[in-house]
Design a protein around this ligand. Structure first.
Ligand SMILES: N[C@@H](Cc1c[nH]cn1)C(=O)NCC(=O)O
Length: 518
């Protein structure tokens, strides 16, 4: 058969980098606010509830079905046009948000707040559909090749965006000026759109080649398309209902926490927001470049740990490669020991290690699920870890228990997604997967809408008699009750995972069986 562009490994990986840049930049924009929550409150004069409202507004359009509509549009228009339109929307939303905090629409609090919300709503419409579009593009190029690896790398780029956004935003907002952090994040989306436009040339070419060689084109492949008949079937399937609810409750306990985690560490343990010079690693005199370099190396180590030993067949080679990577990693930690010890006392840098840790752990747990199964049990364990994490970060006050809580949160954030997404593919037939993911992300956005806002509102409420002192810098926010509320979500997640396990026993999808037995 005639070869197409996707038969070249180099081109496949080039395509992955071009399109994953969109995930990197949109995840960055989604999450960087967490690193500068305190600075936003001071700079814009907003409360925690108003900060929560801005974060929550990202989900508003998705709550009323935008992801599903976006999926239908993606089916009709195809990757190129839909990618440009929805990528363009996320860029537009980011520009509006950056203009809002720069005071372009007016520098009074309510104008800045309203336009920040408008910006986030538009950004949110684009971002979620971009995620679906990028996944489709990976399927188009990697089906029959290294698809699982490509998906893991793609989500790794997203998590890197989250981590770097949280860690670098305070450096960009040095001196309390938040505007550069917003402009930088918006420019990143613009750059990734340029990468996407470059990708379009490859997309046109491969479609032409596939048409010439008689391979079905994107428009003809309807496996991933949204169908209302499928939707009806899905929402009457017990196992799907439990896993979709689990997706909503679990992510509601994790994504919103990321938006508050740096501020929690600053307020509860007295961590810093801005980095002292001891914690800076300079490259060409730039701390931002230095931080980016440290993160990229962490990403490379994370991926090497999880991918390289697995690539060898013999156990000796596996062990040898693991030892080599471990030695290099220890050398890296040793050289940067002074920087890391400062980072562990800085709110945004410490919180950014949660998404960074998932890059290492998610593929490891993914391969455990492949080999041993136990997907529903692992989701129960991941949810229980959330409960432990949030109890450690709320009712106890010891900083070491706090670190342990953050590590548990990182493990839970790796374990549940690693077990959940392949489990969906077992419950739902392949030709209904697009509909299933669109439905699950819609449910997820309902929860996110409530908890992005809810944490901020509850924080203001429980601290209502001390708000003036907090603003004056005389005392700190008490995060105990809002974080305890998230522990409750962990309990509900564990219960839903248990119900899923029971439903699976009745329906026989084999969620507890290894994937290799199929
Ligand atoms: N809905 C997507 C994308 C996303 C990321 N942050 C907020 N929305 C999603 O949840 N993807 C799965 C993941 O684990 O990132």
């Amino acid at each position: 058969m005639q070869k197409t562009l996707r038969d070249s490994a180099a081109l496949r990986w080039l395509v992955l980098i071009l399109i994953s840049s969109l995930l990197f930049s949109t995840y960055w924009f989604y999450d960087f606010y967490g690193g500068i929550k305190g600075l936003m409150e001071r700079g814009m004069g907003i409360s925690s509830e108003e900060y929560g409202r801005i974060m929550s507004s990202t989900t508003y359009a998705n709550v009323v079905g935008m992801i599903i509509l976006g999926g239908i549009i993606l089916d009709r228009w195809g990757i190129r046009l839909a990618g440009l339109v929805f990528g363009g929307l996320s860029f537009l939303g980011a520009i509006i948000s950056a203009a809002a905090v720069a005071g372009w629409f007016g520098d009074d609090k309510s104008t800045m707040l309203i336009w920040s919300i408008v910006g986030r709503i538009i950004f949110g419409i684009g971002m979620e559909v971009v995620c679906v579009m990028v996944t489709r593009t990976i399927v188009k190029w990697f089906m029959g090749y290294e698809m699982a690896l490509a998906m893991a790398l793609n989500i790794g780029f997203g998590r890197l965006g989250t981590a770097m956004g949280m860690a670098v935003a305070p450096d960009l907002a040095a001196g309390g000026f938040i505007s550069p952090a917003f402009s930088f994040a918006a420019i990143l989306i613009g750059i990734s759109l340029v990468f996407f436009i470059i990708y379009i040339f490859f997309d046109i070419k491969i479609d032409k080649q596939r048409a010439e060689s008689g391979i079905v084109t994107e428009e003809e492949v309807d496996e991933e398309k949204f169908r209302f008949a499928d939707f009806k079937k899905l929402i009457t399937n017990r196992s799907f209902i439990y896993i979709a609810l689990l997706c909503m409750v679990f992510y509601s306990a994790v994504f919103p926490l990321l938006a508050y985690a740096p501020d929690l560490l600053v307020n509860k343990y007295g961590f810093s927001y801005e980095m002292g010079s001891d914690g800076e690693f300079l490259i060409f005199g730039s701390a931002i470049l230095g931080t980016a370099f440290i993160f990229v190396l962490l990403l490379i180590f994370g991926l090497s740990f999880s991918m390289v030993p697995r690539a060898f067949k013999s156990n000796t080679h596996k062990l040898l490669s693991f030892l080599v990577i471990s030695t290099l990693f220890l050398g890296y930690v040793y050289v940067l020991r002074d920087v890391f010890s400062e980072w562990l006392l800085n709110g945004p840098k410490t919180a950014s290690l949660i998404p960074m840790g998932t890059i290492l752990f998610t593929p490891i747990f993914g391969s455990i699920v492949d080999k041993k199964g136990k997907a529903a049990t692992l989701m129960m364990i991941g949810s229980a870890l959330l409960v432990f994490a949030y109890l450690s970060l709320s009712v106890f006050n010891h900083v070491y228990l706090g670190y342990l809580g953050l590590i548990s949160l990182g493990i839970a954030f790796s374990l549940v997604p690693a077990a959940m997404w392949p489990a969906v593919a077992r419950i739902v037939a392949e030709n209904r997967l697009g509909t299933a993911y669109g439905t699950m992300f819609t449910f997820q956005n309902w929860g996110l809408a409530a908890f992005f806002w809810g944490i901020g509102a509850l924080l203001d409420f429980v601290n209502r008699y001390r708000l003036a002192d907090i603003e004056a810098g005389l005392t700190n926010y008490d995060y105990t009750i809002p974080v305890l509320m998230l522990a409750l979500l962990g309990v509900i997640s564990a219960w839903l995972a248990y119900k899923l396990k029971q439903a699976d026993k009745l329906q026989g999808y084999g969620l507890e069986n290894p994937h290799t037995s199929n």
